[in-house]
Design a protein around this ligand. Structure first.
Ligand code: NAP
Length: 292
């Protein structure tokens, strides 16, 4: 139990916000956690599950004496929430977010920044296909990377924030916004786009075929349906806000897909086998890195 911040305010009590609150309490990292969300349904669930020490619907009131403010809302809403909370934060406090895209978040928060607030954007590489406060759990971040974007913030402030994140169970890694968006476009955003496409293709099949696809779905298709069940608003915002990097990776992906298309058409089994052998190695290295 190591107290890092006296008061932590979490704006947006969905999967990520709820999990942060639970992990903060588990680690004894804060004197108290204040939760805030615009939705009355979310407020009711937060109260029923006792996810925070205090709930305050008004984000401006929730942050006024917090030492750390975490914006855990969809990336398209981060700029507006920053505009709402920044004028009410106390001098010397730290502001962060959990958004899955970073260049857009840095751009959207910039107009609202104050000289006496430390802005340290971040992104936990942990999640599930579920959303909402009821989906949160305290072990969500255990052993997962959490990307920190120090920008020009004071080193002591960043180090203290990293101690807090480590206390949540995560492993910290520093990156620039641009590099983050490139890496995530390939490792997270493109796989989601592919899953949405494949499941969408199945939805458009004629009824009999669609029913049989669902009935006989082996693990391949089933795994895609799990990813494609992810929150529609969150993922809409991810693609709209990391459009450049996603389109660049999509272009490369299309070229590689054409290569496979040609290999299948020309019965070039050696090409297929060589690629599948290389990709199997990637899977093994992910398991070795403990990120499966
Ligand atoms: P979520 O479960 O959908 O929760 C988001 C919460 O924010 C909802 O309660 C939502 O309320 C609230 N909200 C939306 N707009 C708001 C606004 N303008 N002001 C105040 N509250 C607002 O989403 P999540 O999965 O926790 O994701 C939160 C953030 O973390 C996103 O930026 C996402 O990109 C990032 N992230 C997600 C994952 C993941 O796998 N899910 C992983 C890493 C990072 P309403 O219901 O009223 O809209």
């Amino acid at each position: 139990m190591t107290l890092i911040y006296d008061k932590v305010a979490v704006i947006g009590m969905g999967l990520i916000g709820a999990s942060i609150s639970l992990a903060t309490r588990r680690g004894g990292l804060a004197g108290s956690v204040i939760g805030s969300d615009r939705s009355p349904d979310v407020a009711a669930t937060v109260a029923r599950l006792q996810l925070v020490d205090h709930f305050e619907a008004d984000a401006a009131l929730a942050v006024h004496d917090a030492d750390l403010v975490i914006m855990a809302v969809p990336v398209g809403a981060v700029g507006a929430v920053a505009g709402q909370v920044l004028p009410h934060m106390k001098p010397g406090a730290v502001l962060t977010d959990t958004g899955s895209t970073k260049t857009s978040v840095v751009r959207d928060v910039a107009p609202h920044l104050r000289d006496d607030i430390f802005w340290v954007p971040s992104h936990p590489l942990a999640g599930t296909e579920h959303s909402g406060p009821g989906a949160g759990f305290e072990a969500l971040f255990d052993g997962r990377y959490w990307i920190i974007l120090p920008l020009a913030s004071d080193e002591a402030v960043v180090t203290r924030f990293e101690t807090y994140i480590t206390g949540l169970g995560s492993v910290c890694e520093r990156m620039s916004p641009e590099y983050h968006d490139k890496v995530l476009a390939l490792t997270s955003h493109l796989p989601h786009l592919i899953a949405y496409t494949i499941v969408g293709t199945a939805v458009d099949l004629e009824t009999q075929l669609k029913n049989d696809v669902i009935r006989f779905s082996a693990s391949g298709f089933r795994d895609f349906t799990r990813i494609a069940a992810s929150d529609p608003v969150m993922w809409r915002d991810v693609f709209l806000n990391n459009d450049g990097a996603v389109l660049e990776m999509l272009q490369r992906f299309s070229e590689d897909l054409s290569y496979l298309q040609r290999a299948i058409r020309w019965q070039e089994g050696d090409k297929l086998e060589a690629l599948f052998t290389r990709t199997r190695e990637i899977r093994r290295s992910i398991i070795d890195a403990g990120q499966n």
